[in-house]
Ligand binder design. Structure first.
Ligand code: VGL
Ligand code: ZN
Length: 206
C-alpha cells in the first residue's frame, strides 16, 4: 500500500498567512492531482495552543528567528501560527480533503514542538501515525507539503527510520529558507538518510 502524506497544508503557511512559506500555494494543485493515484491519503495539521513554546511572543524579549532552549531542546521561535480552532490552522481552501482518511494533529504540548508527523522533536511521544500506517498495510510513504526544511524533513526522516520506503515529492513541497540554502541542505540530508527524491511527473496522477 502506498500512502500520500500531506504535511501542514494550512492557511497560516500559505502566502498571506502568519508564517508564510514562499510559493506554498503552488503545491496545492500538484497534490490534488496526485491524490487519486494513491491507496491512502493522510494529512498532518500543526495544531498549537495559544501558549505554545515555539511562539516568540511567549518568550518576553525574544524575537522570531531566534533559537531558545525549550525544555532542554533548541527551539526556533516562530510567529503565532496554526492556533487550534482558528482559521489559520484550517486546511488550505483549495486542498481536496475528500480523500484524507486520517489527520494527525501535532504540536499540542506547549513545552515541546513537533515538526514530524510521527514524534515530537524530542522523540518523547509518538503520534500513533506509524501504527496507523502499518495497520493499513502501508509500506511506501510519499511526503508532500510544507515546509521542506522543517516539517517535511522531520516527517520524511522519521518515516525512513521507521522502515517505510520513503519518497519526498520535491515539486509538491516548498520551504521557508530562513537561512539561504536551507531547502537544498534539507533535501540533501533526506537523500543521505535513504529518502528518495522524486518529481510529481514521475508519478501516476489524475
Ligand atoms: C512548521 C515551523 C513551525 C512546518 C511548523 O510545518 O514546517 N514550521 N511549525
Ligand atoms: Zn508550528
Amino acid at each position: 500500500m502506498r500512502c500520500l502524506l500531506l504535511v501542514d497544508l494550512q492557511n497560516d503557511f500559505l502566502p498571506g498567512g502568519a508564517l508564510p512559506v514562499p510559493e506554498g500555494d503552488a503545491v496545492i494543485p500538484v497534490v490534488n492531482r496526485l491524490q487519486p493515484g494513491f491507496d491512502l491519503v493522510v494529512a498532518t495539521q500543526d495544531w498549537h495552543p495559544p501558549n505554545h513554546g515555539s511562539f516568540a511572543v511567549n518568550h518576553p524579549g525574544r524575537r522570531v528567528g531566534e533559537v531558545v532552549d525549550l525544555d532542554g531542546l533548541p527551539q526556533v521561535l516562530w510567529p503565532v501560527h496554526c492556533v487550534q480552532f482558528t482559521p489559520g490552522a484550517e486546511f488550505a481552501p483549495g486542498l481536496d480533503t475528500s480523500r484524507i482518511v486520517h489527520v494527525v494533529r501535532k504540536g499540542t504540548d506547549p513545552r515541546i514542538d513537533s515538526y514530524s508527523g510521527f514524534f515530537d522533536n524530542g522523540k518523547r511521544r509518538s503520534t500513533g501515525l506509524a501504527d496507523f500506517l502499518r495497520q493499513q498495510g502501508v509500506r511506501e510513504v510519499y511526503v508532500a507539503g510544507l515546509a521542506t526544511d522543517y516539517c517535511v524533513k522531520a516527517t520524511a526522516l522519521d518515516a525512513v527510520q521507521l522502515g517505510f520506503a520513503t519518497r519526498v515529492i520535491t515539486d509538491a513541497c516548498r520551504g521557508v529558507n530562513l537561512q539561504p540554502g536551507d531547502v537544498d541542505r534539507a533535501l540533501a540530508e533526506m537523500a543521505r538518510a535513504g529518502v528518495r527524491l522524486v518529481r510529481s511527473d514521475e508519478l501516476p496522477g489524475r
